[in-house]
Design a protein around this ligand. Structure first.
Ligand SMILES: Cc1ncc(COP(=O)(O)O)c(C=O)c1O
Length: 374
C-alpha cells in the first residue's frame, strides 16, 4: 500500500505551498527555444555583480576547503560600525529570508499567533505555517486609498491578542512596493505590548535610504521588541550568494542564534557582503538606474492608463484588468520574464522588476501589444 507521507508531516507543513520563485532565463529559453531573454521577475539588481564583491570572492575562494567563520566576525564588525550597534545585536542569515524563518522558529509555536498583511511578502505565511502558529491576516488598504493595497496599521493593531508573538511588516513591501510613513510606523512599534515582537523587513532600504518610510535600524536601541531585517540581495547585488541580516536587542539575537545552523552563511558570501558595504559607487549606480527606470516606467503607465501601486522598491505592481496569466505568457513568448502574483491574491496584477534602460525599452515596447491596449 502506498504510504501517505503527508499524514506524517507536521500539521503546518501539510497545507504549505512552496515559495514560487521567478522563472529562470535558462528554463524559459529551453522551453520556448528562444535566446536573448530578459528577466524582470525577481527584483534582482540588473547591474550584475560589483567588481569589489567579485574580487573579494576570488580571494576568499582560497579557503573554501575550510568551514566558514560561523559567526561572521568581520562582516558583523562592519555592520556594527555601519549601524552603530553592538556586534551582539546582529544575526546573519542565508538571505534575509532565513532571519524571517529564524524569528518564527524562535518565537512561535502552535499556541501563538503572528500578524501580517494580505499582500505581505510570501516568506511570512510560510514561516508562520511551518511552525504551526496561527496567522492573522490583515486586509490590505483598498484601491481608492493613495497607498493602494498597502498595509493597514490599524488592522494590525486590532488583531493583537495575548497570544500574538510576531508581527511582520515589509517597509517597503513586496509585491506591492507600498510603504508606511516613518513616524506612523514608529508610533505603532512604540504602542505594542512587551510580548509582541515587530519585524520590520527592509530588504529594499538601500534604494532610497528610507526616504519617507524611515530607517528602522535607528529605532533598535529604543525598542527592545523590534527586529529590523536587511538584505544584500537587492541594491548590493548579491542575491545568488544568499546573505542578509537582522538587528535586534542582543537578547533577541542570542535566542535566534540558538536555532541558527552553525554555518548558515558561507565564506564567499560574507567576504562579498563585506566588500559590497564599501562599494559606494556600485550602490549609487544601482540607485540611479532604479530611480530613473521606475520614473520612466510609471510615466509610461500613466500615459497608457495602466494602474499600479506606488513603489519604493526596485519593482512595480501593475494591474492588467483581467487574468494576468495570458499576459505573462505573451511576454514570455517575447523573451520577457515578469512575475505573476496570483499566489499573493493578486490574479490581475503583474510584478515587474526595474531593469537596465534597454531592458525597460524592450518591456515598454512589448506591453501595449500584450495588454491589447487600443
Ligand atoms: C520584502 C522582502 N523581504 C525579504 C526578502 C528576501 O530576500 P533575501 O532572502 O534574498 O535576502 C525579499 C526578497 O524578495 C523581499 O522582497
Amino acid at each position: 500500500m502506498q504510504q501517505k507521507f503527508v499524514q506524517l508531516a507536521a500539521p503546518g507543513v501539510r497545507d504549505l505551498h512552496p515559495y514560487q520563485p521567478g522563472k529562470p532565463i535558462s528554463e524559459l529559453e529551453r522551453e520556448y527555444g528562444i535566446s536573448g531573454s530578459v528577466k524582470l521577475a525577481s527584483n534582482e539588481n540588473p547591474l550584475g555583480p560589483g567588481e569589489a564583491a567579485l574580487a573579494a570572492i576570488k580571494k576568499a575562494s582560497q579557503h573554501i576547503h575550510l568551514y566558514p567563520d560561523g559567526n561572521g566576525f568581520y562582516l558583523k564588525q562592519a555592520l556594527a560600525k555601519k549601524h552603530q550597534v553592538p556586534v551582539e545585536a546582529i544575526t546573519l542569515g542565508n538571505g534575509s529570508n532565513e532571519v524571517i524563518m529564524l524569528a518564527a522558529e524562535t518565537f512561535l509555536t502552535s499556541q501563538h499567533e503572528a500578524i501580517y498583511s494580505q499582500h505581505g511578502f510570501a516568506a511570512y505565511p510560510i514561516a508562520v505555517q511551518a511552525v504551526g502558529a496561527t496567522a492573522r491576516v490583515v486586509p490590505a488598504l483598498g484601491l481608492d486609498h493613495p497607498m493602494r493595497r498597502g498595509d493597514d496599521l490599524n488592522g494590525f493593531a486590532d488583531r493583537v491578542t495575548a497570544d500574538t508573538r510576531l508581527i511582520f511588516i515589509a517597509n517597503p513591501n513586496n509585491p506591492t512596493g507600498t510603504w508606511l510613513e516613518a513616524q506612523r510606523l514608529k508610533d505603532f512599534v512604540a504602542s505594542m505590548p512587551a510580548h509582541v515582537i515587530v519585524i520590520i523587513d527592509q530588504a529594499y532600504f538601500e534604494y532610497n535610504d528610507g526616504a519617507v518610510y524611515g530607517d528602522a535600524s535607528l529605532w533598535i536601541s529604543e525598542y527592545p521588541n523590534l527586529i529590523v531585517a536587511r538584505s544584500f540581495s537587492k541594491a548590493y547585488g548579491l542575491a545568488g550568494l544568499r546573505i542578509g541580516y537582522c538587528l535586534s536587542h542582543p537578547d533577541v539575537a542570542s535566542l535566534m542564534n540558538r536555532v541558527r545552523l552553525a554555518f548558515n552563511t558561507n565564506e564567499l558570501a560574507q567576504a562579498a557582503a563585506l566588500a559590497a558595504l564599501g562599494a559606494h559607487d556600485y550602490l549609487e549606480k544601482a540607485r540611479q538606474i532604479n530611480a530613473a527606470g521606475l520614473t520612466r516606467f510609471t510615466d509610461f503607465c500613466d500615459a497608457h492608463k495602466i494602474s499600479y501601486c506606488p513603489s519604493m522598491g526596485n519593482f512595480l505592481l501593475i494591474d492588467v484588468q483581467g487574468d494576468a496569466l495570458p499576459v505573462y505568457e505573451r511576454l514570455l513568448r517575447k523573451g520577457i520574464i515578469v512575475r505573476p502574483v496570483g499566489g499573493y491574491g493578486l490574479p490581475e496584477s503583474l510584478r515587474i522588476s526595474i531593469g537596465l534602460p534597454e531592458e525597460m525599452d524592450r518591456l515598454m515596447s512589448a506591453l501595449p501589444e500584450v495588454l491589447e491596449l487600443g
